[in-house]
Each structure stands twice: as C-alpha cells, then as structure tokens.
Design a protein around this ligand. Structure first.
Ligand code: FAD
Length: 404
C-alpha cells in the first residue's frame, strides 16, 4: 500500500479502512502466548501497510510523515481496541531514545524490527533501592577488555517476560557522584545470566517483573550514548516516557473512558441524573483538554522542539484524569465498583480498571516527582535540597550500601 501524496482526509480514510479490515474482533479467552502472537501479527501488518512509526525517519524504517498524520491515525485508533500494548515501551520510549542517541548501526539494527513488532523492548531502570531516585541504582557494569559484565537486580520491569531487548541503566563508575557514573546499554534479554520473574499486582495480573543479571556479558557497541553519560540518556528516555504515557490512546472499550462511562450510565438508568451528568461533563472536558495538550506536544516534538518538563504535565494530568474517571465510575455504578456478581463481566472489568488506577500515579515517575519537576523546571521554584549530589556514589548510604 502506498500512502505517498495522500491528503490528510484520504490518509484518514485509508487508516480507517485498514483498521476495520484488520483489527482482531475479539481476543477474549486467549492465553497470554496466543495474545502475543495476535499482537505480533497485527503489528507486522500495520507496519507493512505503512502505518507504524508514522513520524519516524524513513531511512530506518519509519514513514517520515508529520504529526498531522500521526494525529489522524490516533483519532482512528481510538475507535478500536488495538492489540498493541506489548510494543508500547519500545515504540514510546526505547525506540525514540535510540533515534535521539543511538549510533547509525544501532538504529539500522534495531528500529525496523521494533516498529514491525518482531522485537519487543523493556526499560530496566528501577531497582528495589532506586525508584524516584533512580540515580541511586546499584546494578553494576564492569569493564572486561572491550566488553562489559553486568550484575544486579531490576524491579517493576513491565513486559520483561516477553521482551527481546532492554534499555538497561547501570553503574559504570562508583567513584564519582551518583548522576555521573551511569551508562545506558542495550541488553539482549535472551543472554545467559538474565533471569525474569513475574510480579503480581492488586488486579491479580502480572504486568511487570523482577529481572536478575548474573555476569551478563555485553559487547562494547551495546552502549547507548556515551559511557558514564547514562544520566543524560535516562533523562531523554524519561522525557519520552512521560509524553508516551500522558498521550497514550484510550482503547475504545476502556471502562474508565468517557464513552464507556456514558454507556454505563445509560444502562444503569442514571444518565439524566444532574450529578452524574455534571461528573461526566467534567470528565469529558478533562479528557479533551489532555488530548489537545498532547496533540500540541506531539506537533512540537515532530517539529524538532521536544516537550522537556511539559511531558511531566502530560503524565501528571493523565493520572489525574484517570482518578476523576474513577470518581465518576463510583457515581454511576456505586457499590458495584467494589463488589459484583461473578457473571457480570463488565462490572469485573470496571473493578479491574479501578484497581489498576493507583499504578498510573506511580509508573513513569510518581505524581509527587512530576510535581517536583514542574515546580522546579516550569514554575521556577527553588530546587529540592540535594546534599548527596557531590559525594562519590561509593560513600552514599543507599540501597544495600545502607547496611555497610
Ligand atoms: C505499573 C508500573 C509499571 C512500571 N514499569 C516500570 C518499568 O517498565 N521499568 C522501570 O524501570 N520501572 C518501572 N516502574 C517503576 C516506577 O518507575 C517506580 O515505581 C517509581 O519511579 C517510584 O519508585 P518507587 O516505587 O521505588 O517508590 P519510591 O521512590 O520509594 O517512592 C515512595 C513514595 O515517596 C515519594 N517520593 C519519593 N521521592 C520523593 C521526592 N523527592 N519528593 C516527594 N515525594 C517523593 C513518592 O512519590 C512515593 O509516594 C513501574 C511501576 C509501576 C507501578
């Protein structure tokens, strides 16, 4: 299929027709492995139709279009339930970071398979002793000739269970202050010495994992950016992460989306209750404002002006909109949001979505951390005191070093 020379209207029509013909109608009852196969087939088809990596450079397999085409695609995608969640971290965070900082060889090797869904990526930053303060991490990458040897533990690694590659942040120099001795690496998740163990959250699902590295060898060309400049690489990726999370397209059947809650209110017979209508109107306004803000960030990013700290506004606002939706759901469904008949699948899905909502205020940096960033970098408030910023990492009482 060629999309070259299409107007935005024609492009929108092309996208819609393709999605109508190719989005799987139902994935209910499929085992996780079967779901992954469906997702991979769908993503490969999307790529082959010229609809993946819309604004990514054509020389590495992207489409080289503008933010207008991306927006048109997002609008159409919101009408469906795309099975693309396994690719979110690669597409939203690791791929854009590679495009910013990777070598031409890394981009040539990784971008196309990532866009086509052939290779899945995860982000290996957080550790048991380093979440908000990720610069305190302890996973160690030591030089061995030209290569590197990694030892340590990561935690909360979303999608590690099906990932082929990870963007790993590790300490390469413990003798300098914590932000200066880090390096970002590409790690092959199938390497000897990588162990992935699932972690269950309060929805009962296991979307994330702990990941252990025992003498995992990485080649010299696995470094993303410069050795010991991993903090700058991490800031680049976290910026992409915030925009990606804040701007993620809602699934059509999202139980906490405006459309889903209106439908629920109609079915419950409370759609004309003025309190419910007020809640729904406020939710609509918040969703719409966030969507317009995200469109603006995307357009600016595509025009070469990355959003910087405003990505934190998108991320924080996304979490706040979800909490507003939970409040609205409570007005509409009442006690059913916490206790429901076992055969009521919709109530079960709503309760699961509500149980997953607290994670939105933690993943990708907590609400408090986003507020700190907004305060310091947008509002010009005084910086948080950082008494440990100039002390060699080796001397800090962080993580397991606290015990030494
Ligand atoms: C669903 C989900 C998916 C995730 N996926 C990934 C992933 O794929 N890869 C990855 O690397 N990580 C992932 N994470 C981890 C996530 O980035 C961290 O959980 C997050 O950064 C918070 O770190 P923490 O859990 O260690 O909490 P802590 O940093 O210990 O924070 C505890 C509390 O203290 C507050 N706090 C901490 N510092 C400050 C401060 N300076 N000012 C004010 N308040 C502060 C926090 O807001 C929080 O309320 C995921 C987390 C979740 C929930």
């Amino acid at each position: 299929m060629t999309l070259v020379g299409q107007s935005i209207e024609e492009f929108r029509g092309t996208v819609r027709a393709w999605l109508e013909a190719n989005v799987p109608t139902s994935t209910d009852g499929l085992a996780p492995g079967e779901l992954l196969d469906v997702a991979k087939r769908f993503q490969a088809g999307l790529y082959d139709a010229g609809l993946a990596g819309i604004t990514w450079p054509a020389e590495f397999g992207g489409q080289g279009h503008t933010a207008a085409e991306q927006q048109a695609l997002d609008e159409q995608a919101a009408r469906f339930d795309l099975p693309t969640s396994p690719f979110r971290i690669g597409m939203g965070m690791c791929g854009p970071t590679l495009l910013d900082l990777g070598t031409p060889e890394q981009k040539a090797r990784h971008i196309r398979p990532l866009l086509r869904g052939e290779e899945i990526w995860c982000q290996l930053f957080s550790e048991p002793g380093a979440g908000s303060d990720v610069a305190s991490l302890q996973a160690r990458a030591s030089r061995d000739g030209d290569a590197w040897v990694v030892n340590g533990q990561k935690v909360w690694t979303s999608g590690a269970q099906w990932s082929d590659f990870g963007a790993l942040l590790a300490r390469t120099d413990p003798d300098v202050p914590k932000h200066r001795g880090l390096t970002m690496f590409i790690v092959d998740m199938h390497s000897p010495g990588v162990t992935v163990r699932p972690l269950r959250d309060m929805t009962g699902r296991a979307p994330f994992n702990e990941v252990y590295f025992d003498d995992v060898r990485l080649p010299a060309d696995a470094v993303i950016g410069e050795v010991d400049a991993g903090w700058q690489a991490a800031v680049t990726m976290l910026g992409h992460e915030r925009v990606s999370i804040g701007g993620s397209v809602r699934q059509r059947t999202d139980p906490l989306g405006f459309a889903g809650l209106v439908e629920l209110a109609r079915d419950k017979g409370c759609a004309s209750d003025p309190v419910v209508r007020g809640e729904l109107a406020q939710l609509y306004a918040a969703e719409r404002a966030l969507s317009l803000f995200n469109t603006r960030l995307q357009q600016e990013a595509a025009a070469g002006s990355p959003p910087g700290a405003r990505g934190s506004v998108a991320k924080l606002a996304g979490a706040m909109v979800l909490w507003r939706a939970v409040q609205t759901a409570g007005q509409v469904a009442g006690p059913e949001t916490v206790a429901w008949e076992t055969d009521d699948a919709r109530a079960g899905e709503l309760a699961t979505a509500i149980n997953a909502t607290p994670a939105s205020s933690i993943a990708g940096g907590t609400n408090q951390v986003q507020r700190n960033i907004i305060g310091e970098r947008i509002l010009g408030l005084p910086k948080e005191p950082g008494s440990d910023r100039d002390i060699p990492f080796r001397e800090l009482k962080v993580g397991t070093q606290r015990r030494s």
